[in-house]
Design a protein around this ligand. Sequence first.
Ligand code: MTE
Length: 321
Amino acid sequence: MKTPIPDLPAHLITPEPVYRARRQLMQLGLASPLLALAGCAGAQDASAPAPTAAASGASGAAPASEELTRFEDATSYNNFYEFGTGKTDPARYAGSLEPAPWSVVVGGEAEVTGTFPLEDLLRITAVQDRTYRLRCVEGWSMVIPWQGLPLGEVLQRFKPNSRAKYVAFTTLADPRQMPGLRYPSIDWPYREGLRMDEAMHPLTLLATGMYGKPLPNQNGAPLRLVVPWKYGFKSIKSIIRIDFTETMPPTSWNMLQPEEYGFYSNVNPDVDHPRWSQRSERRIAGTASKLFAERIPTLPFNGYGEQVAGLYAGMDLRKWY
Ligand code: MTE
């Protein structure tokens, strides 16, 4: 069944320099207090307490560590195993991905299900700008200006029923377009999931672009998730399927190494990865000569605790990692 979709502009494209100029406004939280960057300790003084959102917003000056990652770095140092496990493989091999035409199957516990051309999905609500930190479980992080739709607003259109407790996402798995599928590094297709309230949270973004351009293939064209308070692997790329489910859906990294990667995977400096500490991270802050900045402390929920910690009230986050 096809949803009647209101006639709204499908895509807003803003040139990259506009993002740089707009950055200060966004950090002041003028777009919305929810969307403001929450501040982070400066790279020069890793032991200093992190400033609060209000403090960094009030001064208007972002700490050096909150510089945007350079577009060149965000598009050449990637994880997208469908194109190989090396960091430079996605940029090298993702040219074979065909992001158009694209459609998404929506299924499971909802009133409205079916196959929807991407253009119809994008018409559901207006594209927004969101600058978010993304912290990889491996210990590096980026700050990226994304464009996309609030996932919750999109999901609402499909009228999930009362049995819908989780949302499962699936990536395209086409060996013709994705040379990495030859290797069983992951049990393909790549799968991810969120609890319903996480999926509906206003921070959760269904991204269609970055730096004012359509998503590059290596970053998950034409449609990916960005869940800024969770480790980067939850931000599944090149989505072709969204299912509302009653039970917790299987997720790729949890299937592969359940002791290392839980379903929730909230950024948590207090819970070490079994093979390394998660206390600090290196920002891909990018100068021409140096990809990684100095170590900075990792913040609970990646600095978005004020907005999302309530989702986990009463849960033991060591158990539900
Ligand atoms: N999605 C798919 N389909 N395949 C992947 O290998 N890697 C994840 C996530 N989404 C991955 C994926 C990991 S481990 C990270 S850290 C982020 O994408 C990286 O996003 P970026 O390359 O845009 O920085």
